[in-house]
Every structure is written in structure tokens, then in C-alpha cells.
Write a protein that binds this ligand. Structure first.
Ligand code: GDP
Ligand code: MG
Length: 164
């Protein structure tokens, strides 16, 4: 079966937007806000002749308490650790590091699998100074991308398929 690349991160960082761009299909639904009743979706993708399955771990159920909410984020990260060959951890460069990012990072630091830290929403290169914050997550160099515009996504995919 094909290798699995899981896209993880807290809600609203742009995971589904990135999946839609990479898979180049509109199967993953992009939502404007939190409160989505959808757990995980699987998408065929390929890059440089390498086929893989992309997992969008977008689902957060509505009407849950904050504790349950962060529990779901943890579950997604744990599931990715089990099932994925490579993990792409998306953070939002426009908001900086949050407690939820730190929760996910704590799990992924002991994943024992390649983890690519991706700072999304860098639509303008002049915003890249916010990248430095994300070194504190202990997952190496954050890669700047804009999932909306496609900046940086080709370089990211080169690295991801090389790690498969
Ligand atoms: P998810 O919850 O992590 O799957 O995030 P979504 O993909 O649903 O995106 C959440 C919001 O961020 C949407 O309004 C997107 O349009 C927006 N977004 C995603 N990627 C980018 C980006 O590269 N730049 C900007 N400016 N907005 C983005
Ligand atoms: Mg999503």
C-alpha cells in the first residue's frame, strides 16, 4: 500500500487548504471556522512520480468543552504517530505559538518518524520574521509556506517525498 503523509495541527491553521492544494482535488472541505464534524479524510496524491496517501486530520466535533477539544487534538497527533510514515505539522505564522501547538509538538517530538514543521499563512515573504518563534517547538526548522498562494509547497513536497 501507499505511504501515508498525515497533516496535523490545531484547527484553523490551514491543514485542509494545504491538503486541497497538494491533492489537487476538492475532496477535503475547507471551513472558515472551528466546529467541524469530520474526523479524518484520505486523499490520493503524488509528487515527482511518488504516489502517497494524504490524511487530513481536520475533524473537531462541535459542542465539546475545551478539555475535550484539546483531547481531540491530542488524539489526532497520536493517530498520526501510529499510522503515518511522515508527519506534516502545520502552525499558523500569523498567530505565533499557542498552547495547542505545544500539546501537539510534545507528542510529535517522540513520534520516531520524520516530522516537518510548516509555518503557514506566510503570504508575504516580509512576514517571515515570525518564523523564529516556532523553533521553540523543538521540531527543527519551520518551513514557510502559503497554502493559499502555493508559496513553499513545492519545496516542502520535495522534502516530504524524499523522506518516504
Ligand atoms: P484547518 O482547520 O487547519 O483545516 O484550516 P483550513 O484549511 O480550514 O483554513 C482555515 C482558514 O485559514 C481558512 O479561512 C483559510 O482560507 C485560511 N488559510 C489557509 N491557508 C492560508 C494561507 O496560506 N494564507 C492565508 N492568508 N489564509 C489561509
Ligand atoms: Mg480542516
Amino acid at each position: 500500500s501507499k505511504p501515508i503523509v498525515a497533516i496535523v495541527g490545531r484547527p484553523n491553521v490551514g491543514k485542509s487548504t494545504l491538503v486541497n492544494r497538494i491533492a489537487q482535488k476538492k475532496e477535503a472541505i475547507v471551513h472558515e471556522s472551528r466546529g467541524v464534524t469530520r474526523d479524518r479524510s484520505y486523499h490520493d496524491a503524488d509528487w515527482n512520480g511518488v504516489d502517497f496517501t494524504l490524511v487530513d486530520t481536520g475533524g473537531i466535533e462541535t459542542g465539546r468543552s475545551d478539555d475535550a477539544f484539546s483531547g481531540r487534538i491530542r488524539e489526532q497527533a497520536e493517530a498520526a504517530r501510529v499510522e503515518a510514515d511522515v508527519i506534516v505539522f502545520v502552525v499558523d505564522a500569523t498567530t505565533g505559538v499557542t498552547d495547542e501547538d505545544e500539546t501537539v509538538a510534545r507528542i510529535l517530538r517522540r513520534a520516531g518518524k520524520p516530522v516537518f514543521l510548516v509555518a503557514n499563512k506566510l503570504d508575504n515573504p516580509s512576514d517571515e520574521k515570525t518564523l523564529w518563534d516556532f523553533y521553540s517547538l523543538g521540531l527543527g526548522e519551520p518551513r514557510p509556506i502559503s497554502a493559499v498562494h502555493g508559496h513553499g509547497t513545492g519545496d516542502l513536497l520535495d522534502e516530504v517525498v524524499a523522506a518516504l
